[in-house]
Design a protein around this ligand. Sequence first.
Ligand SMILES: Cc1cc2nc3c(=O)[nH]c(=O)nc-3n(C[C@H](O)[C@H](O)[C@H](O)COP(=O)(O)OP(=O)(O)OC[C@H]3O[C@@H](n4cnc5c(N)ncnc54)[C@H](O)[C@@H]3O)c2cc1C
Ligand code: SF4
Ligand code: SF4
Length: 399
Amino acid sequence: MDMTSPPPARHLCTDCGISRTDDPKRCGRACQFIKPDYPALETRAHGRARDPARPDELFFGPFQRMVRARLAPSRAGAQWTGITTRIGERLLETGAVDAVLTMAPHPEDHWRPLPVLITHAEDMASVRGMRMGYAPLLSLLEPARAAGHKRLAVIGIPCQVYALRALERELGFERLYVIGTPCSDNTTTENFHTFLGLLSAAPETITYLEFRADYHVELRFTDGSRQEIPFLQLPISQLPPDFFPLTCRTCVDYTNVLADITVGYMAGQGEQWLLVRNARGEELVRLLGDELVTAPLGSAGKRQGAVKGFLANTRLAAGGLPLRRMPPLLRRVVGWLMPRIGPRGLEFARTRVEMKAVETVLHLRRAEKPRMKSMIPAHVWKLVEPYGLEPEVGEIRKK
Ligand SMILES: Cc1cc2nc3c(=O)[nH]c(=O)nc-3n(C[C@H](O)[C@H](O)[C@H](O)COP(=O)(O)OP(=O)(O)OC[C@H]3O[C@@H](n4cnc5c(N)ncnc54)[C@H](O)[C@@H]3O)c2cc1C
Ligand code: SF4
Ligand code: SF4
């Protein structure tokens, strides 16, 4: 099927590509938005499900170790330092895989993701950086197999990786490496262009955007200049209430718990954050050798106040975007204070995961109540429990 044509109609769908394969009915078994079974897939991928008794697994899923990390030297054009694409390069250089399935920038719009199969290490440089939006990554699984690729690496966001893991055993690859990035607050590329238009009078000159863990958005421009905007100064109130699709407001896996390794930044305090989840993830880290510089993760501040405030604002917004209402001067003061006294490092990552869980419950309760019992895994209810959010009648699965 042509990747540019609309996907077959599905109710909650981020067009991961499965509906475009030879057997589109597999969506029923593969979809994160239908009836996900995280404990079963975690056990299949990592040998065990997340263990809430181990520090931080309730938040981030099963892992063997987590570190703060950077690639030295960092790679030009990468979103952070380029760990993700370097892993792909090394897999191809060493012959561990025949191809890497990932997202390239679309030739007509560098913000639009375009699924590609990369077979030469030197071509990995062309996919560095972040695109906004989603595109049918997994529609290239069948073409990959047809091309004779037996060992494959996939770089994907959580909703893509869920479907990949759900179907892994029937895909017929000899070996599969899964490199995941966290993902949240994604939206269509079209919506993202609207946002860029509010940030700059010349949005076409923006080459880079990141929501950093120090509560600033960083923008880079074609002339090499940079701009940092405190979160509180973002033009959120000018965005339409449905700016973020319901899928991305309610998806239940921020940190890509089914990947062999998750490469993010949230807990990295200015550097990257690696979660090595299983032996295959360790193998991927080893491929980087001395190029990977690691350090222990830090944690500071307290998240509870921030999460409670977010919950109250999300309730008030009643389906729109949660806004912090405050006068401009106070807004500037709080914007200055947040990176200094707000949650930082691991505590920042826990904050974001809890906020996401709060959103899942509140938005589904408002928009898709009958689906809550099949869509919300038990760990999400545990995450929101400290904030007084409990399942109402009919919202959890009967055992
Ligand atoms: C929509 C989105 C939201 C994200 N939100 C967070 C977050 O909240 N917290 C966090 O810690 N990390 C988040 N990330 C991940 C983060 O932006 C970095 O991608 C990650 O830290 C890896 O950096 P890097 O320098 O190693 O990546 P690079 O070496 O630059 O490689 C980036 C890889 O991501 C792939 N990619 C780019 N855009 C997309 C896309 N739209 N869909 C699928 N794959 C894509 C590229 O093909 C490439 O393989 C998000 C990523 C995306 C795409
Ligand atoms: S499995 Fe993928 S294509 Fe199918 S409904 Fe879910 S997100 Fe959409
Ligand atoms: S926010 Fe969730 S549903 Fe949306 S693209 Fe990212 S992983 Fe998929």
